[in-house]
Design a protein around this ligand. Structure first.
Ligand code: G5P
Ligand code: MG
Length: 273
């Protein structure tokens, strides 16, 4: 569960030499004897206890990536996206990448053992950092594997109406080499059909087409339910409903500001802008 530890995030300006500490009261020794014991013991910096671990869940197109980038930028959390790592492995055309491609191209979930292996090894490399996971865990098995190693402090779940998702994704264009995502209405490229940085052509994913999208959404609901129930039971789940990322964002922003200063309650919360 959530510990009464300090939370430490990297400062927003990107420097590594400062720390922001929050919520120190429970770490203070309660009486003279405890204070003396603490003074006699060597100070062991328990970095793990200071870290903040969060995940964002939501159906395809719900805005996980868009919101994650804002969180990472505003709160200095490392941002790890399962979709990004999968696309990276597909681009590298390794044996694993070829296997992954066969699932992603059919809008199917990559098998749990592949996904878990990929994400947990990435997390091991950043074990000293606070992070935010986008798109992982997506199944109960993945959530349990993660839970065995890391206790999440916060899980954000996005509930976006189907019609909104359909409209968004049918307007979505991608730069395949980098994974940069554009939306013709929300954040269009500077030149039509071209990536802003490289000028290379943008493409549309087959699985953003309506029939594939419907199947993805149905599947998402089925597999996400036990994961959501798990995080609800742990008291770390916060759900947000709405049709506009820009209207949901201030609530998430304020939740994170609060979470990084206080301890959580044991209930789950729903926020509807
Ligand atoms: P991904 O890459 O995780 P999805 O399908 O879960 O892919 P996706 O498509 O990346 O999720 P998102 O991140 O939730 O969507 O949303 P986004 O990209 O931020 O926003 C969607 C679009 O809407 C963008 O164009 C954005 O600009 C626009 N937008 C955002 N907000 C608004 C708004 O308010 N208004 C408007 N008009 N537009 C807006 O996973 C890809 C595949 O990898 C596999 C699966 O096969 C998956 O299909 N995979 C896994 N398999 C097993 N286990 C896992 N844990 C897996 N993770 C990935
Ligand atoms: Mg995404």
């Amino acid at each position: 569960m959530y510990t009464d530890s300090w939370l430490c995030v990297k400062p927003v300006d990107g420097t590594d030499n400062a720390e922001i500490d929050f919520g120190t009261t429970s770490l203070k020794p309660r009486n003279t004897q405890q204070r003396q014991q603490q003074q006699q013991q060597p100070v062991i910096e328990d970095d793990m206890a200071k870290l903040f671990r969060a995940a964002i869940m939501g159906p395809p197109g719900s805005g996980k990536g868009t919101i994650s980038k804002r969180i990472a930028q505003s709160f200095g959390l490392l941002y790890l996206s399962s979709g990004h790592y999968l696309r990276e492995s597909m681009a590298a055309k390794t044996e694993a990448g070829v296997l992954v491609k066969s699932y992603v191209e059919r809008s199917m979930l990559v098998p749990d053992h592949v996904m878990t292996g990929l994400m947990l090894s990435r997390l091991e490399q950043v074990s000293g950092h606070s992070w935010l996971l986008d798109g992982f865990p997506r199944t109960l098995s993945q959530a349990q594997a993660l839970n065995n190693l890391y206790q999440l402090d916060l899980v954000i779940s996005l509930n976006i109406p189907y019609e909104t998702l359909r409209e968004r994704l049918s307007d979505r264009w991608i730069h395949p080499a980098s994974g940069r995502v554009y939306n013709l209405g929300f954040n269009p490229p500077q030149a039509q059909g071209k990536d802003d940085i490289t000028g290379e052509p943008l493409i549309q994913h087959d699985d953003d087409k309506p029939e594939a999208l419907m199947a993805r959404l149905r599947h998402y609901k089925d597999v996400a339910k036990p994961v959501i129930d798990l995080y609800k039971s742990q008291g770390v789940l916060h759900s947000f409903s709405g049709t506009d990322t820009d209207r949901i964002w201030p609530y998430i922003n304020s939740l994170l500001s609060t979470k990084m200063h206080t301890q959580p309650s044991d209930t789950c919360h729903t926020h509807t802008p």
